[in-house]
Write a protein that binds this ligand. Structure first.
Ligand code: FEO
Length: 135
């Protein structure tokens, strides 16, 4: 069973970022699948590392476009990205050091963080970027 389902209610209507959000959702679901199907710690760890890396790629892409168009809420948005990135890198380091970081609590945290961030923060840039001609 999926931990998160994409629904249109999560759409920012910036197509590139909606696709990236779908990919992040899939990665969280893949992490859950790797944990619950007994694929083992290494398989789950690989998904976790990919997820942390892809978060960086996604955040950078959003920030670049916000800067390009002088998005007025850029600084506050970037701070949220930076806080999560710091936590994610600590998690990745913990995993690489052999700590038991891949847990149900982690999945719950990732699911809540992503859905809250998309709904409460990312969706605000949608109308702004659309007004600048971003597809
Ligand atoms: Fe889609 Fe602001 O992360």
């Amino acid at each position: 069973m999926a931990v998160i389902q994409w629904t249109d209610s999560l759409a920012t209507n910036v197509s590139k970022f909606d696709e990236q959000h779908k990919r992040l959702i899939k990665m969280i679901n893949d992490l859950h699948e790797a944990m619950s199907s007994g694929k083992g710690k290494e398989a789950a760890g690989k998904v976790l590392v990919d997820l942390v890396n892809y978060c960086g790629t996604h955040f950078s892409a959003e920030e670049k476009l916000m800067i390009t168009h002088n998005y007025p809420e850029y600084a506050a948005h970037k701070k949220l990205h930076d806080d999560l990135t710091k936590q994610a890198l600590e998690l990745k380091k913990g995993y690489e050091e052999g700590k038991p970081v891949i847990t149900i609590e982690l999945l719950t945290f990732l699911r809540n963080w992503l859905t809250n961030h998309i709904n409460g923060t990312d969706k605000k840039y949608g109308p702004f970027l659309k007004s600048k001609g971003v597809a």
